[in-house]
Design a protein around this ligand. Sequence first.
Ligand SMILES: [Cu+2]
Length: 357
Amino acid sequence: MKKIHLFWLLLAISINISSESMQGMDHHQHKGMGDHAKHSAKMHGPIGLMGDHFHKKGESMVSIRYMKMSMNQNYIGSKKISDLEILQLPNPNGMPKNLSVVPQDMDMDMIMLGAMYAPTDFVTLMSMATFNSKSMNLKTYQPMMERNALGDFTTKSSDLSIFNFSALFTIYDEDKSKFHAQLGLEKNMGKNDLQGQVLMPMGSLGSIVMPYGMQSGDKSYSVLSAITYTKTYGSWKLGGQIKSKLNIQNKEWNFGDVSEINIWSQRDLNNISAWSLRLKIQDVKSIDGLNKKIEAPVQTANPLNYGGETVTFGIGINVMLPQGSIGLEAYKPISRDLNGPQMSMDWGLQAGYHLSF
Ligand SMILES: [Cu+2]
């Protein structure tokens, strides 16, 4: 754990030092202002942001991003909780009396394909499709008496999960400051009743409808909205984004509404790259509705054990290539208050490629 914190600190310091030493290379960038703004590595925000920039009339962009998230610790609120403590909690679904299966770790992998096109200077159309894959390891305990561990098992799912379409409206577009709004519709098309093989508390294997968090999606519709402002100061760029995802229609249940604030800074390292710091404050509501078939003695089968508030810190870099640009961003939560028991993200990573034409 300590090693990881040290790694983050060293990475931040080394990037800072190399950006100081490359300062000399920036000078020629200050001629031709308009053109320079267009050909800077901070033209795109940190890769983990969505809809952070818009385009000028006739421009198109395609992108592919890969995201990984790893979780390995259960929390209630902001407090870490052990398997032993979770086993004392009541099972809201009745029998057995207490929770008896405890999630140990989970990995999520996502591939996101995006496209943008600006028919006019005032509107940029944006669309994105997400394919996700989840894998969770769990431990089953005896339902009563000694509560000995009976064994471990893994559940997995993968599917095309999210498709969305948005319009970005330019509010103002000056050389150094840009402001736009987003309005869009998202269709979550992942399967919401996938089955998985589990080790039951009585020691037998069985196939059940997997808990909400392991489903590829929720088959719901949501409205996306956001406003984004960025301002450039020489080799620095600062940005802020407020966004929300509000569910408007579901099939039995849906993952909770999301409100999010992102604040970031970017700084040119040299002519072709810029590094970034980002703070993300996210509030997710618990699951709305329920599927009566999801009733295992595990925390994830309770719709109330989802959502919460998380503050995440990210560090990233964008690099321009002869064709397109790449971005990499790593993040780690620095505080959380989760509706729990619930597993929290330990770290996440996003890498992507953009091509404008
Ligand atoms: Cu774009």
